[in-house]
Design a protein around this ligand. Sequence first.
Ligand code: GDP
Length: 299
Amino acid sequence: WRRLRDGLSRSSSAIGQGITDIFTKRKLDAGTLEELEDVLIQADLGVDVASRITGAIGKGRFDRQIDPAEVRDVLASEVEAVLAPVARPLALDPAKKPFVILMVGVNGSGKTTTIGKLAAKFGAQGRRVTLAAGDTFRAAAIEQLKVWGERTGAPVVAREQGADAASLAFDALKLSVENGSDVLLIDTAGRLQNKAQLMDELAKVVRVIRKQDDSAPHAVLLVLDATVGQNALSQVEVFGKIAGVTGLVMTKLDGTARGGILVAIAQRFGLPVHYIGVGEGVDDLEPFSARDFARAIAG
Ligand code: GDP
């Protein structure tokens, strides 16, 4: 929680400073509420959430002086109410062996790093993990995943750059069954520049996996970079359409002023948020908590 609070400090201080500036020595009225709404929209919370919050703060408090701390309290509880329905842990069904997780998202969003962090987490829980270096487009992604494999002791199925991602995924699932893995994590390429090609590639990966296990993939996790702000909304839309996303991981919440985007995404899409990334280290992945996040962002 401390790491989250520190990580979100740039988001929360923008909001907190805005609240203090607006409500110090001024009454709560239509004008100050409108200014507050602007601050919240600036902080990427989205228009709907911003008006929900100002509505809640305005209720019964018109025309009187209000302590900025009281505003922050209402803000925190409203944000928590928006986030609570989506804060759902990633449940690994032990009946699925392996439990197949497809990781999707644009390049640079933190997919490969998140796979490494998840591999470490699952490994620490005593689960056997296999990794598939399915981002065959980038040599660096393949190398990076191999390093995570060494670090976490998870076997990595990898081929040369440019290899067919679907047949690699097929081999990885076969190996996972043979070696008794509990979880298979599959990396994918995130070239949103060529949507049709990306869609074809992901569809082919899914088709090939289903040939071996018609219930797989059991989770499709979209990794989103918090620092891109509003762009994350369109990424959810696009990947939701082409990849059947079942849940979200938001990375880089350390040190960004744009953490509020997670609230807008929760409100708009209602997709489960499983984890958040708060740094580059192996332990910097935390289960998502609505309460902690709301308190951290409200300052
Ligand atoms: P991919 O292209 O989606 O696989 O993205 P990578 O996993 O290669 O990550 C891109 C960059 O973001 C790397 O430098 C990572 O170390 C960094 N990164 C990933 N997650 C986080 C995070 O939660 N916080 C920070 N600060 N950096 C992160």
